[in-house]
Design a protein around this ligand. Structure first.
Ligand code: IFM
Length: 424
């Protein structure tokens, strides 16, 4: 654990950014599976995992942050932050609202979005699939459909051919394991299934889709001499045992690391140019008497620092996962790291201390090349609606006006000076 509070310099050329996802910020994503699901749940009390957001009436995404119309304003904020990169997603349900009909007007919209970033000399990391699907595909079974990699590739090809020159890094799929769990195992997200077999198909098809699109994007863009890099983002957790010397718990930790953090890489070998790491928290596993499946140690506020999501704040965990991924010998980008909190000191401290651990990992030889804070704006957090506040910038729910928070300026100082100072 880092104790010193000396100023740490990040490598020259380090990428500084924030991350967003289309459905969470753009608004009016009416042709997506999420939109359809939300309409059925307006005003209902949903069964959500995170305690603090239970018993709240569900508010649909609606206009979200209206980023679709206000992207210029938001990109000015990014410039003001001193960022040289931005991660965003393109919405499949807009590009292909109807099966097989690729929408030129929406393509033009995204061209303007990406050009705006390029004109500001901001590198673009573009996600092709961030949880949402076009409704027509959801009706065909979504990622459980054996042909889903073909559909995904058709859309990705269209995007790569038309917008590829504006993209520096591609994230094919965001957090496949979280999607599989939330939508097909624990059943919180649409289509709310709890079916291990379907979950397996989803994971398998997503891996097939990634491999196909990885090859295809390179085929399209390498030919044009455009240097591009393709990867995906995993939500990587730092697993620890509840008791340091318990054999079973140590075994579970190893198994969880292999299954949760590594399995998608294993399924997609030789098809990543970099690793996209989303890191949020640590999980401690303990033996569950009478069952082979380990239990997750429930942590309470009085024992450990938690975010509003109930996630354990554990900055050293990012060092652990980075050291774990060092063996891939690939560049690593922290494609998401952030905290849901209404306490600005807590957010600023979270950022500084996670970055200090990233610095520590770089010193230890891990090739980390960039950091994207999740998220630029307070946005639509899926089944928790607008409850959790991950943003550096507050968004007025009615007027959609933006107001940078204190942590915005703390992060700005880090990005502008390329240095970070851990906070005790
Ligand atoms: O908001 C999400 C994002 O869509 C994916 N990664 C985790 C974030 C916080 O829960």
């Amino acid at each position: 654990m880092l104790k010193s509070n000396k100023v740490l310099k990040m490598p020259d050329g380090f990428l500084w950014g924030t991350a967003t996802a289309a459905h969470q910020v753009e608004g009016n994503n009416i042709n997506s599976d999420w939109w359809q699901w939300e309409q059925k749940n307006v005003g209902k009390i949903l069964d959500v995992k995170e305690k603090k957001f239970r018993n709240k009436k569900f508010e649909p995404s609606g206009l979200a942050c209206d980023h679709y119309s206000r992207f210029e304003e938001d990109f000015k904020l990014i410039e003001e932050l001193g960022n040289n990169a931005h991660r965003l997603s393109i919405e499949w349900a807009r590009i292909e609202a109807e099966e097989g009909k690729l929408n030129l007007a929406e393509l033009e919209h995204y061209r303007q979005v990406l050009e705006s970033l390029k004109n500001k000399k901001i590198k673009v990391m573009l996600t092709l699939n961030h949880f949402t699907l076009p409704s027509w595909l959801a009706d065909k079974g979504g990622w459980t459909n054996f042909k889903s990699p073909f559909y995904f590739n058709r859309y990705a090809t269209f995007v790569a051919k038309n917008l590829g020159h504006l993209v520096d890094f591609w994230i094919t799929i965001n957090e496949p394991e979280i999607y599989m769990d939330m939508s097909y195992m624990s059943g919180f997200w649409p289509p709310q299934k709890k079916d291990i077999k379907l979950a397996g198909w989803v994971y398998f098809n997503m891996a097939r889709a990634h491999k196909k699109v990885y090859k295809n994007i390179h085929k399209i863009l390498d030919k044009k001499g455009h240097k591009t890099q393709v990867g995906f983002s995993m939500n990587v957790m730092s697993f620890a045992s509840y008791r340091k010397h318990n054999f079973w718990e140590l075994f579970f930790v190893h198994a969880a690391d292999r299954i949760v953090n590594h399995s998608f890489y294993d399924l997609t070998k030789k098809s990543h140019d970099f690793l996209g790491v989303n890191y949020y928290f640590r999980v401690r596993l303990k033996k569950n008497e009478g069952s082979l499946i380990p239990a997750v140690d429930e942590v309470h506020e009085d024992e450990s620092e938690l975010s509003d999501m109930g996630w354990v704040v554990y900055s050293h965990g990012i060092f652990d996962v980075l050291m774990d991924f060092k063996d891939f010998n690939l560049p690593i980008y922290i494609t998401e790291n952030g905290i849901a909190t209404e306490d600005e000191d807590q957010r600023a401290k979270f950022i500084s201390n996670h970055l200090a651990e990233i610095h520590h990992a770089i010193q230890a030889g891990v090739d980390v090349r960039g950091y994207f804070y999740w998220s630029l704006l307070d946005n639509f957090e899926w089944d928790k609606s607008f409850g959790p506040k991950f943003g550096l910038v507050a968004v007025d729910r009615k007027k959609k006006t933006r107001k940078p928070k204190e942590s915005f300026y703390a992060y700005q100082k880090i990005c502008q000076t390329n240095t970070v100072r851990p906070v005790a």
